[in-house]
Structures are given as structure tokens and as C-alpha cells.
Design a protein around this ligand. Sequence first.
Ligand SMILES: NC(=O)c1ccc[n+]([C@@H]2O[C@H](COP(=O)([O-])OP(=O)(O)OC[C@H]3O[C@@H](n4cnc5c(N)ncnc54)[C@H](O)[C@@H]3O)[C@@H](O)[C@H]2O)c1
Length: 420
Amino acid sequence: MGEKVVVMGQGYVGLPLAVAAAERGYEVVGFEVDEDRVKKLAVGESYVGDVDSARLAALLDSGAYRPTMEPDDLAGFDLAVITVPTPMRDGLPDLSYIESAGTTLARWLRPGAAVSLESTSYPGTTGDVLAPLLERLSGLAAGTDFHLGYSPERIDPGNTRWTFTTTPKVVAGVDERSRRRLADFYGSIVDQVVPAPTIRVAEMAKVLENTFRHVNIALVNELAMHAEALGVDVWAALDIAATKPFGFMRFTPGPGVGGHCLPVDPLYLSWKVEQDLSRPFRMVALADELNTQMPEYVVRRVTRGLGRRGQTLHGARVLMLGLAYKPNTGDVRESPAVRLAEHLLAEGAQVRVADPVVSEDPGVAGLVRVELSDEEVEAAHVVLVATDHDAFDYAHLVATAGYIFDCRHRVPAADHVESL
Ligand SMILES: NC(=O)c1ccc[n+]([C@@H]2O[C@H](COP(=O)([O-])OP(=O)(O)OC[C@H]3O[C@@H](n4cnc5c(N)ncnc54)[C@H](O)[C@@H]3O)[C@@H](O)[C@H]2O)c1
């Protein structure tokens, strides 16, 4: 067996990392505080789309990977990676999960060991929050006694071209030795490592990447609203603009942004700017406002579409396709489709939703989960495509539905199909 690697948090980020490291010969301990998750992992059941259960089972059999919620299992670790959540709580960054994972780790931190933070956070988190906590609790000094660094995760769940292994991995350290130590580790499990000059640069680069996406999505969302009012097909305009081979990147409108990253990460950055500089990050605030209002905008458009057909939204039967925040994932965190369902229900619609990928209950009172069938489609006053999973047969949908409102521009064009 190789070095002992501990991965703190076995979620969308931590599990693919743990599995990749175990497959490369590391002795991997997957530490997780959610008992249900540990139980599933222990019997080789993966809840993360990018990790196949068969892969997991093989690693459990060989002993290369061990899930646990027992802190004593961390004893003697050589390298620990922290991949715990970094949500917002009451409008503020919540670093309590990082602090808790750091507290658990500190007890087992030995001279010569290494710690890498991967959770997304604002610039300063590793140096100002994690380093002092580890130093205080272990009595060891970062850089001098143990290695410490930051390596932001860029995983895009469901993306088969850019996976954990093929996506370049940014690595920074509190000192050159820490950076080299982490670069050696990541270099052994991913195709390319990108050294960042400082930890703050790496932290800033990560939040910049997601803020860039957030702002550009807000731009096309606002454009979609104006284009509709001007009578211009925004999707056709985007296709034409995207033929420019330089200086343009195609983003698409949608019912809002979701997932753990886009709705949250830019706010970590704007919080830090406001906190330290006492001034707002205006682009982030505006993008957040625009993206947040999209579900209500969709409801207004659907209300109008139904009105043209002599139907009020109140009392209408709405069949939503998709609950996840993006296609082919079962992730409903911050999903705009869930917000859409809530708004429609609040307006008095009867809302039914088909999503063959989502197993989790989003906890929306009054929302009825159904299997997609011709009967469901025919009985609906409007079929609302919220998430364009590949599993849906869009050509068949056009043939069976009376009115389709397509938030994703995925359904073939027809007179009774309206796009966002
Ligand atoms: N999901 C993505 O696509 C993605 C992409 C890039 C970066 N990130 C970032 O990576 C981090 C993790 O995200 P995720 O999507 O994997 O979250 P997740 O919720 O899927 O997984 C995190 C796991 O950590 C566990 N956990 C919480 N506290 C713990 C502790 N003290 N010790 C051990 N485990 C603990 C949780 O129970 C959970 O299972 C976040 O900062 C996120 O912003 C996520």
C-alpha cells in the first residue's frame, strides 16, 4: 500500500477524488459525517453520478478505499484533502464545515504530513482561517512542520469530456515545499497540474471562474427578456454570435442558476470585497438579482401563454419536466426548477413533475411526482421543460403535447412550442 490519504467529505467532490486516489495505489480513508452516506458507501453504493458503484465495490474489496465516520481511522495520515461544503448562512459565508473538518484533522496532524483544502471559498480562507486553526490545535507550524495548500476543485458533474482526471488542477502552497508536495500528489492522479504563485491567487481564481459564468448567464438571461419584448429570437441570435471565432463565448438563457457553486461562490467573493473594502461588488449583485428573478419571469411568460389559450394559470395543470439544476444530474441543490414549481403552486397551478434522474425529495408541499407518460402530457395545459435531461424524448413530446414552454430550447420548433 502507498501513502495514507484521508478525504474529508464524501460528496460530489470528495468521492471522485477518493476513488481516483485509491485506484492509483493510495490507501484512502473517506471520512464522512453523514451516516446514511457512509452506510451506502460501505456496501459499494455510489450516490455520485460520476462514480460507478462497480468501481467503488472493487476498491472496497481490495481494501484500497475505506469509508468511515470514526475519527480514529484518520490516525497516521500522510495527506488529507478537505472537500466539505461551503454554503451561505443568513447571507454570510459559512466556514463552519471547514473549521469542523480542520478540528478533526488537527488531532492526527504529524510533522511531515500535508493538508490540502479544496472547498470553494473567498481569498484568505486557507491562510487566515484554516492555517491558524490547524496550528493552534496541533502545536505545529504550517510550512515549517507540515505542508498546507489550496487546490480548488473544478469538477463539473456529468461532464464526460472534462472529468476529475482530465481537467487541469490548480495547486498552491503556503510555501514552495508545500506546493511541490501537493503538486506531486495531484500530479499522480490527474493529467495536468497548474501551479499558482500564491494561495490567495488560487482562491481568487476559483471564485473568478464561477463569477464569470454567473455574470455571463445573467447577461443572456436579461437579453432573453428584452429580445422577447423586441420580438427577436434570442436563441437564433446566440447561434449567429457564436460563429465569431474569437472574443465571444456562448452562454444560454435558462430559468435561473442552481447547484452548489454558481448561486453561492460569487457571493463569497462579493462578501469578502464588502467586508474588507466596504464597497459592493456591483456586477455580482446585479447578476444575482437577474438570475434570481428568472423563475418568476418564466411564470409570467407561461401565464401569458396559457392566457392566449383561454386558460388561467390558477387551476391549470402544469407538467414540469426536470427538477435537477442541470441536465443529466440528480442534484436539486438550489435548483431553479424547484423555485419554478414553488412559484407555480403559489399561483394556484396544479404542478406535477417528471424527473427520472432525481431521487431526492425536494420537499415542496403540493408538488406531485409522476412518471412521464402520454396520459400525463395530454392531460397537461402546459408542459414546462425546466431541465433538459437526455432521457426525455423531445420529438415525441412535440407530437403529444398541446402547449410546451421550453426553458432550455431543446424541443423541436413547432407552433405550439414557445422558448424562453
Ligand atoms: N459539486 C460541485 O460541482 C463542485 C465543484 C467545484 C467545487 N465544489 C466545492 O467543493 C466543496 C464540496 O462540495 P460538494 O459538492 O462535494 O458538497 P457535498 O455536500 O456533495 O459533499 C460534502 C460532504 O461533506 C460532508 N461533511 C460535512 N462536514 C464534514 C466534516 N466535518 N467532516 C467530514 N465530512 C463532512 C457532508 O456530509 C457531505 O457529504 C464545496 O466548497 C463546493 O463549493 C463543488
